[in-house]
Design a protein around this ligand. Structure first.
Ligand SMILES: C[S@@+](CC[C@H](N)C(=O)[O-])C[C@H]1O[C@@H](n2cnc3c(N)ncnc32)[C@H](O)[C@@H]1O
Length: 188
């Protein structure tokens, strides 16, 4: 566990803009954000910016045996780690590419829409145009009534999500370093 935190910290300082946090999410945050998945309904789930996969474990716990999870990560060190950690779970597909390209991979697999998207990408650190491109892709690929869940440490981007999705709900997770907010938007 201590080694895992050190590895995460090293990658954070190497790639501060794209990693955007100094510690992996706490179990309270992981549980709360994975809770946005409706296990009865979700057959195809997408996770963006899994890092070392701390939230991925909680997502998998909520998934049915016949559901699938596609994860998009740009950091090569994390991608290698994800391959080792999840090599025995047939439900997981690890994609070493940016979330903005998700459409290409979904089309290749004949996926028409996804049932939930969970994201840890630090949009606040990205150029707004890139954040807009990724979230617009999320809106495009989500099925009707399905959810996008994202965590943040500040409420600064709430108007951004409202503009893209037309609605935004917020849940506070105090037991995280730093305390976090889960932003949840639904495709309506
Ligand atoms: C704050 S870390 C989150 C890690 C983990 N999900 C957690 O909760 O501890 C953000 C992650 O998003 C990844 N990331 C940043 N931009 C991305 C992009 N455009 N597409 C996919 N992943 C991206 C970073 O490499 C990093 O692993």
């Amino acid at each position: 566990m201590a080694q895992q935190r050190l590895d995460f910290l090293r990658e954070t300082f190497r790639n501060l803009r794209s990693t955007g946090s100094v510690a992996p999410s706490s179990r309270f945050l992981c549980r709360a954000i994975a809770g946005k998945i409706d296990p009865a309904r979700a057959r195809t789930i997408v996770e963006l910016g899994p890092g070392d996969g701390v939230i991925t474990h909680y997502i998998l716990e909520r998934m049915q045996p016949d559901a699938q999870l596609l994860i998009f990560e740009i950091n090569e060190v994390f991608v290698k780690k994800l391959h080792v950690t999840f090599q025995h779970d047939k439900r997981v597909t690890i994609i070493h590419d940016s979330a903005e390209n998700m459409g290409r991979y979904l089309e290749e697999r004949g996926i028409a829409s996804v049932d939930c998207i969970i994201s840890g990408i630090p949009f606040i650190m990205l150029p707004e145009i890139l954040a807009q491109r990724i979230t617009t892709e999320c809106l495009r690929w989500l099925g009707m009534g399905c959810r996008f869940g994202q965590f943040h440490y500040f409420p600064l981007m709430l108007p951004f999500y409202k503009r893209i999705f037309g609605n935004v709900d917020v849940e506070v997770v105090p037991l995280n370093i730093p305390p976090a907010l889960i932003v949840c938007c639904e495709k309506r």
